[in-house]
Design a binder for this molecule. Structure first.
Ligand SMILES: [Zn+2]
Length: 64
């Protein structure tokens, strides 16, 4: 407890935090919901993640 934990700090690829609000992108393959993600350690922008990929707009409510 309180000691340095380098093993934890190195796991940067999984320390992502979603930020902002979801946005929708209509691509040729369907409708995608994207969210911006930041590093949960230093809050640097890390890009974005797909929240879901759906061909049906009507799918977006419920059934989570
Ligand atoms: Zn960071």
């Amino acid at each position: 407890m309180g000691a340095q934990e380098p093993a934890f700090l190195m796991r940067s690829t999984v320390n992502l935090e979603q930020t902002g609000s979801p946005r929708h992108e209509h691509l040729s393959t369907g409708l995608y919901t994207l969210m911006d993600v930041v590093c949960s350690g230093c809050h640097s922008p890390m890009g974005w993640q797909y929240l879901q990929a759906s061909h049906e707009v009507s799918n977006q409510a419920g059934r989570q």
